[in-house]
Each structure stands twice: as C-alpha cells, then as structure tokens.
Design a binder for this molecule. Structure first.
Ligand code: NDP
Ligand code: OXD
Length: 314
C-alpha cells in the first residue's frame, strides 16, 4: 500500500510531506532511480515520470496523473495497462475558465490595438461589436471546455462546442465527430482549443482547418486560442495564418515543444499572446486531498473516479 512519486519539475519533498500528513500509515517515497521496497508500492503519482519506474514497481495497482492531461503518460511505451486516474478539480477548472474568458475578452475588446495605441500616445476609439454577434467555438466540451462554454455564454457570446460525442447543453450548439468539424469551423469567429493530445487530435488545427474559420464575422477575421495541448496544432500554419492576416489574432498557452524555442517566429507576431503553460495550475493541497481520498476509497472497494480510457488516450 505504499505510494511512490515520480514528478518532474515539482518540488517532490513538499508533495511527500503533504501526502504523508493525509495518508499517515503509508510509506510515501520519491522515485530516485529506485525505492526502498519496490514490491510494496501499489500507487504511483506521476508527472512526466522516469519510464524506468514502471518495470521497477511490479505490484502497482493504480497510476495517478498529477495533471488533467495524461499525454505525458500515454505517450510512454512503458506505461502498463493499469487504471489511470487524472485530475478533475473545480479549482483547476475555474482557473482555466478565467484564462479562456480573459483571452477571449482581450481579442473581443480589441485590447491589442488599444495597447499599441497607448504606446504611441494615440487616442482613437474603434467601433465595438456586441458579444452576441461573436461566434465562439470550443474544441473539446469536456470538464474544462464545458465550463468555459457556460461562462462565455453567460457573457452573451454565441457559443458552440465540438466533441467526439454529441452534447445536450442548454444554449450551446453541439457539433460532434469529424463529419461535423467543417460546419463547426465555418460558423466560428473565435476558436478555443481545449482538446487533449491523442493520436486522433494530433495537429488537428492545421492550415486546412484554419482556412475553414469564418472570415466574415464581427471581429473582421478569426482568432485562435489554445490552452489544451500544443501537439494538437500546427504551429507553422498558425504563424503563416497570422502573417497573412487569415488569422486576426491568437492566444497560445501550450506548444508542441515547451518551453517555446527562442527561434520560434510566434514570439514576433504582434497579434499573438504567448503565456508559458500557466492557464490552469491547481492548489497542491486540493490535489493531494484528491489523491488521498481516491486511494482510501479504492481500498474501501469504491470505484476510482476520472479514469482515463487508454484506448482513446484521454
Ligand atoms: P476531458 O477529457 O474532460 O475533455 C476532453 C474533450 O475533448 C471531450 O469533450 C472530448 O469529447 C473531446 N475530444 C477528445 N478527443 C476528441 C476527438 N478526437 N474529436 C473530438 N473531440 C474530442 O478533458 P479536460 O476538459 O479536463 O481537459 C482537456 C485538456 O486540457 C487536457 O487533456 C490537458 O491537455 C489540457 N489542460 C491544460 C492546462 C493548461 O494549464 N494549459 C491545464 C489542464 C488541462 P467527448 O466529450 O465526446 O469525450
Ligand atoms: C494539466 C496541465 O494537464 O497543467 O493539468 O497541463
């Protein structure tokens, strides 16, 4: 019943202390190329783990991803076929919705234009369109996409979502599957990507799909926003579309390779806002409690929550 942590770029000792306080009768250890009693380790908490950890722990029962996304695990050929639990946390969801709403409003209210004008000392108002005339389209209507959709709907935007399975959400138009992707993009002025990275979503937002976005909307050109995963987009195509004006603006929190290379032309795009994968972090205490509760529930015979479907990869 021991818990092992393999957490790249997290402060592991702090996580061990927090989890130890919540699970006082277990041995909790950080993976450091090995652990004292590998055969007693039943749980693994992982973020971009050392792939060697899996074969070294022969009695693992459950793997926890210390993130909502699990591509850092599903991309590893060494990942065993065990229950994989991901983070679903109201605090993380609200933080993502804050970022999405903020970026949407920033483009909607022409902030980049006014910031440039301020720098030049220019006082010049521009016509402002209404939120109801702006068609927002959200790729991925899961835990995060749905919450953002509802918040944007509450602000008056005309919101639709695209997912693998159709959704029935009051006031939000649902598109589903490859067959309805083009129609969804055709009606979209602000495209928000909250998709997981899976084989099916790899470079889904490419030149062809960007060209399907509406060019006749209230903003005068489409805007692309991504806080899902960088692997779901073609960055060169985004850069080309920003340069040509096919895209009016972008906000990118995630990239295929992070940190974004100094040489990426996206840094130079005036209408592209870049944030360093910070759209939604979460409260470490809340996440520790989530993991501890799941372990305790599992041992009482309760079902694990928020299990990943390893077949589809999210
Ligand atoms: P969910 O699993 O709850 O939602 C995923 C959504 O994507 C679902 O609606 C799903 O459809 C849809 N989807 C998946 N594959 C396809 C496909 N091939 N075609 C169409 N739709 C598809 O995930 P979350 O909302 O919790 O998180 C989404 C992603 O956000 C995470 O995977 C992670 O990569 C990213 N993330 C980024 C953070 C950041 O700070 N930038 C922080 C946290 C998460 P369906 O509903 O039909 O299953
Ligand atoms: C996550 C992330 O997946 O922070 O939770 O990207």
């Amino acid at each position: 019943m021991n818990l092992v942590l393999s957490l790249k770029s997290f402060n592991e000792p702090e996580w061990i202390d927090r989890l130890q306080a919540l699970l006082p009768n277990r041995k909790i250890e950080g993976w450091n190329g090995g652990v004292a009693e590998p055969e007693k380790a039943e749980y693994l908490l992982a973020w971009k783990p050392d792939p060697a950890v899996f074969s070294a722990l022969p009695n693992l029962k459950v793997i926890f991803s210390l993130g909502a996304g699990v591509d850092h695990l599903t991309s590893l050929p060494e990942l065993p076929n065990l229950p994989l639990v991901r983070i679903v946390d109201p605090d993380l969801t609200s933080r993502m919705t804050e970022w999405v709403v903020f970026q949407t409003l920033l483009h909607h209210r022409q902030h980049l234009t006014y910031a440039a004008q301020q720098e030049a000392g220019v006082w010049n108002g521009h016509r402002q369109w209404a939120a109801k005339d702006v068609r927002v389209g959200i790729l991925g209507l899961g835990e995060l996409g749905l919450d953002s959709a509802k918040a944007l709907k509450a602000l008056g935007f005309n919101v639709a979502g695209w997912s693998r399975s159709p959704k029935d959400v009051d006031g939000i138009e649902s598109f589903a599957g490859e067959d309805q992707l083009e129609a969804f993009l055709n009606r979209t002025d602000i495209l928000i990507n909250l998709l997981p990275s899976t084989p099916a979503t790899h470079k889904l937002v490419n030149a062809e799909r960007l060209a399907m976005l509406s060019q006749s909307g209230a903003l005068g050109g489409p805007v692309y926003i991504n806080a899902g995963r960088g692997a779901t987009q073609d960055e060169a195509a985004i850069d080309t579309a920003l340069t040509s004006g096919q895209l009016k603006g972008a906000s990118l929190d995630v990239f295929a390779i992070e940190p974004l290379a100094d040489t990426s032309p996206l840094w130079q795009q005036r209408n592209c806002i870049i944030t360093p994968h910070v759209a939604a972090e979460s409260d470490p205490q809340a996440l520790s409690e989530y993991v501890a509760q799941q372990i305790k529930g599992f041992e009482r015979g309760e079902a694990l929550e928020n299990l990943v479907d390893l077949e589809v990869g999210y």
